[in-house]
Design a protein around this ligand. Structure first.
Ligand code: NAP
Length: 597
């Protein structure tokens, strides 16, 4: 067992490096699909759950396994479906309309489906138990190991595909195929004797995941991602509890270590992610909930949890301590997230994504399942990288996000920005129509307000009309515009904006000086010049879209209220800036009508 853990650790570390190499090549354009793809792949915890639900380990393990199967299959089905939905939207200018000219979708999918069917039938034939087959269980166990290696390779190739929107869907098909191989192969695991709870769990999970994957609007992707982290973490925790209940008298300190990690990280990720999903969905107040001594009490709780784990490593059979540790982990996840504002949830989600990966990898150690160690490590790396990228783009540290209660304290603005206040000019849609008609180049700057107003289609329609009139239109995408990495890219792709019209911040900034109009649609913080000049501003140091360099700036928002950072935007007092007040979608529709007239 010790040598298995040693091998597992090597695999974990190497997979982490490989994951870093592959995932750091995913462009910001595809960061949202990356989140849901790693989420779907980490649903490989399904294979461990299938064995626990179907083996004869006693009623408690069967029940816990059944719930874990339902949770993991929700993640697999929902994660892959929503990733595919997003990736289908990313098209280049020349690809638009190609579907209509080509074969019908079902005819294009037919060869692939036939190959899938053939592979599944071959697996069933190879794995089937037959009369007089003495070496059956050994043969199946061996074959399963090779199948898992193949699946792991397919997962890595799948993530590699995300390095370009062109190959992303193809890559995801490989990952889906890998998942299918692993799951179908596991169904023939020698220890599985009963399929009732497996079938029920998979059915429930597929219906829940399918509904989520197909129905959820793109604006609700952050909360779906948080929810699926919580389901993955719950599966890992339950399997950990089941394994502890079965083996607590045989466990040594070495085996107890990953098991302890599994339930602690799984437990806190479960409640933490549930809280994050509830805040993003608006079921709980988005503002940070803080109280005196909060950080101190949280650190005390963490210390008690770590001490319990250390005691359990010395005395693994101390079951009351084990269950107390699980309860503390659940409580800790809850307390960790309540002081964090809703707008910081994306960083929290990405961090919880990496925790869910760690819980998954720990489950791999506990069940001696190498593929879970690999996927857990990949998931962990992806979440960690994304949270670092977000923090860097916001010019904040992870510590500030987790313990800073950002958005709670009213900031007293001092320094140059506060003094820069002056007159604010507004503009009516028909006046703006005339201005736009005379422009040669327009840069559209979408932000969180575009998502709130669901104005992506209206933006796209307006841009198309301008382009038809010979006006050059580009979209400027800030890495943290909106509320999750790649948020604007997904919304604009949904509105059929070709991804070759979307420019990242470093690419677009030099173009602003040449642009006649910067059209800011519901963006605020990511355009605030205080980030460059006002050392007292909480935004100071954050790289911004340099809209103030354009010849004219038009801002679409409802009021003078600040954005997420809670600071005034000195851009609005710039003599070149004009405000079109109102809901972004309404304003764009009025503008569209004015231009048409
Ligand atoms: P923002 O600074 O939050 O501003 C959004 C603006 O949209 C608000 O000022 C609001 O003004 C306006 N708005 C809201 N609803 C609207 C509607 N229906 N129609 C028109 N306007 C509407 O957004 P941002 O510029 O996109 O910046 C994102 C912020 O989130 C940054 O501070 C970033 O650091 C933070 N953040 C992002 C991520 C990420 O991954 N993307 C992660 C964590 C934090 P009114 O109320 O006046 O309309």
């Amino acid at each position: 067992m010790t040598s298995e853990i040693e091998i597992g650790l090597y695999i974990f570390i190497l997979a982490g490096f490989l994951g870093y190499h592959v995932i750091s090549r995913v462009p910001p354009l595809l960061h949202t699909p990356l989140m849901s793809a790693t989420n779907a792949i980490s649903g490989i915890s399904l294979i461990g759950s299938l064995v626990v639900a179907g083996a004869d380990y006693g009623p408690v393990s069967t029940l816990l396994g059944f719930i874990a199967v339902a949770c993991s299959s929700t993640n697999v089905v929902g994660g892959f479906l929503i990733t595919d939905r997003m990736l289908k939207m990313f098209k280049k200018e020349q690809d638009h309309g190609a579907d209509r000219r080509g074969l019908r979708p079902w005819r294009r999918a037919l060869p692939g489906l036939l190959i899938l069917l053939a592979v599944v039938l071959a697996l069933v034939f190879w794995f089937r138990p037959f009369h007089g087959d003495q070496a059956g269980p050994e043969r199946r166990t061996m074959a399963l190991k090779y199948l898992y290696i193949l699946s792991a390779v397919l997962f890595i190739l799948g993530l590699k595909g995300l390095s370009s929107p062109k190959y992303a869907r193809r890559g995801m098909f490989l990952a889906e195929f890998g998942m299918l191989l692993a799951v179908v192969g596991t169904l023939f695991h020698p220890q599985i004797v009963n399929y009732l709870w497996i079938t029920a769990g998979m059915l429930i999970g597929s219906v829940a995941g399918g509904t989520m994957g197909l129905q959820i609007p793109m604006t609700a992707v952050p909360q779906r991602t948080a929810l699926s982290h919580s389901l993955g973490a719950l599966a890992a925790t339950l399997i950990g509890i089941s394994e502890y209940a079965r083996h607590r008298h045989e466990l040594g300190g070495v085996e107890m270590t990953p098991l302890g990690f599994e339930v602690v990280i799984g437990g806190l990720t479960f409640t933490g992610s549930l809280m994050a999903a509830a805040k993003l969905q608006g079921l709980l107040p988005g503002a940070p909930i803080t109280y005196k001594g909060q950080n101190a009490s949280n650190f005390t709780l963490l210390a008690v949890m770590v001490s319990s784990l250390l005691c359990l490593i010395v005395v693994p059979s101390a079951s009351p301590l084990f269950y107390l540790m699980v309860v503390l982990a659940l409580l800790f996840g809850f307390l960790l997230v309540i002081p964090i504002g809703a707008a910081d949830m994306p960083v929290v989600i990405a961090l919880l994504n990496s925790y869910a990966g760690l819980a998954d990898a720990s489950m791999g150690f506990v069940l001696d399942n190498k593929i879970q160690i690999i996927t857990g490590s990949l998931d962990g790396t992806s979440g960690f990288l994304l949270s670092l990228l977000m923090c860097r783009a916001m010019n904040r540290s992870a510590m500030n996000v987790l313990f800073g209660a950002f958005g709670k304290i009213e900031k007293e603005e001092t320094g140059p920005a506060a003094e820069a206040k002056g007159t604010v000019r507004s503009i009516a849609p028909d006046e703006l129509g005339v201005l736009l008609d005379s422009a040669r180049s327009v840069i559209v700057v979408p932000g969180y307000g575009m998502a709130v107003a669901q104005a992506q289609h209206a933006v796209s329609d307006l841009a198309k009309m301008l382009m038809k009139r010979g006006i050059d239109v580009k979209y400027a995408i800030h890495p943290v515009a909106g509320r999750m990495p790649g948020h604007m890219n997904v919304l604009l792709a949904e509105a059929n904006v070709p991804y070759d019209q979307l420019y990242e911040m470093e690419q677009i900034n030099p173009y602003f000086a040449e642009a006649d109009i910067a059209l800011v649609v519901g963006a605020n913080d990511v355009t605030n010049p205080a980030a460059r000049s006002n050392k007292a501003s909480p935004l100071y140091g954050m790289p911004i879209l340099e809209v103030d360099r354009a010849q004219a700036i038009i801002v679409l928002k409802r009021s003078m209220r600040p954005g997420f950072a809670g600071v005034d935007n000195e851009l609005y007092y710039n003599p070149k800036c004009m405000m079109l007040f109102g809901d972004a979608k309404d304003s764009l529709n009025k503008l569209f009508a004015a231009l048409k007239a």
